[in-house]
Design a binder for this molecule. Structure first.
Ligand code: SF4
Length: 317
């Protein structure tokens, strides 16, 4: 028993470990954008594909997968080699579109990534160096994006959102979910999902907070922040680090897929919550003095006594 943890934390850890242990990774992997990265053997191809897959991982999952397959089909079996010739890359990706991104944005992104690979040996080598120099994940991520932007001529357009949005700005307040997802894929040890290709200490990685993970984090009391900002990301990661400080993002894949499967309603709903792996520790199912949703859908407030006890607040770290 870990005596550092409160009884509530121990219960949440038990539930999360059970969800993780019970996650059928082989069955879930094909649904996840990281699956496409596993198709390639060469490190440069894997980096280029991982960057493209994570940067467009925005919106509906079915649409992301379809657009990604179209993109990879256009790039052919050696995407890194394709990215060596920006002009032909632009022609190949002409007409491709996903949300606010068009082929030109992806062509510049990949050409920039390829120029970083040529200069540093790999995208990972560049990131590792920046992280060593700054000892700050956020700063290293921002500088790494700068290098890719500069290499590909990927400026920020006043006319379209795509060029700015395709690589989030880690210096801003954004949670940078897509960049942190890429870091998890490349930096966490290889486990059948993540690839362990970059030499990054998993302890410094932050959880990529998408809508599913954010909902579950709120419902488990890992955060109270309603906006998935950088601070929210840090807060959720700190809470998960209480359970495994060496590898807090190890919970991300199973939590994200639990959220997708469960279609969490974020309220007490016997039908939709049935079978949810974290129901035993979900704030909506904690007892009469906790925040609940009545059958008519109106939220009841947590009792004053319960609020003062702080039982359902974020873990103190
Ligand atoms: S028990 Fe229901 S509300 Fe709570 S996390 Fe699971 S699905 Fe969401």
């Amino acid at each position: 028993m870990d005596r550092r943890l409160s009884p509530r934390e121990r219960s949440v850890k038990r539930a999360l470990d059970a969800v993780r242990d019970g996650c059928d990774v082989r069955a879930r992997l094909p649904q996840d954008p990281v699956a496409v990265v596993h198709r390639y053997a060469d490190i440069h191809d894997r980096e280029i594909v991982a960057l493209a897959a994570s940067c467009i991982a925005f919106g509906n999952l079915k649409s992301i997968r379809a657009k990604l397959e179209d993109l990879l089909h256009r790039l052919g079996p050696h995407p890194a080699r394709r990215a060596d010739t920006p002009d032909s890359l632009r022609v190949l990706l002409h007409g491709w579109k996903h949300r606010v991104f068009v082929g030109e944005d992806i062509a510049r992104l990949l050409a920039g990534a390829r120029s970083v690979q040529r200069e540093f040996g790999s995208l990972g080598a560049c990131f590792e160096r920046l992280l060593r120099e700054s000892a700050d994940l956020r700063g290293a991520l921002a500088s790494w994006c700068d290098a890719i932007r500069a290499g590909g001529g990927l400026g920020r357009s006043a006319v379209r959102r795509g060029p700015a949005h395709v690589l989030p700005d880690a210096r801003g307040s954004s949670g940078c979910k897509r960049l942190l997802l890429l870091l998890r894929w490349m930096g966490r040890p290889a486990d059948g999902i993540d690839l362990g290709l970059w030499k990054v200490d998993p302890a410094v990685l932050l959880v990529p907070v998408d809508v599913h993970v954010h909902k579950l984090a709120l419902n488990l009391g890992l955060t109270r922040r309603r906006v998935p900002s950088w601070q929210t990301t840090e807060e959720i990661t700190r809470a998960l680090a209480r359970f495994d400080s060496a590898d807090p993002t190890k919970y991300d894949f199973s939590l994200c897929h639990l959220g997708m499967l469960q279609r969490c309603p974020s309220r007490r709903d016997a039908r939709m919550c049935k079978g949810c792996g974290v129901q035993s520790v979900c704030i909506h199912w904690q007892g009469d003095d906790r925040r609940q949703t009545s059958s008519c859908g109106k939220k009841k407030r947590q009792s004053g006594q319960s609020r003062r006890r702080g039982e359902m607040g974020p873990f103190t770290c």
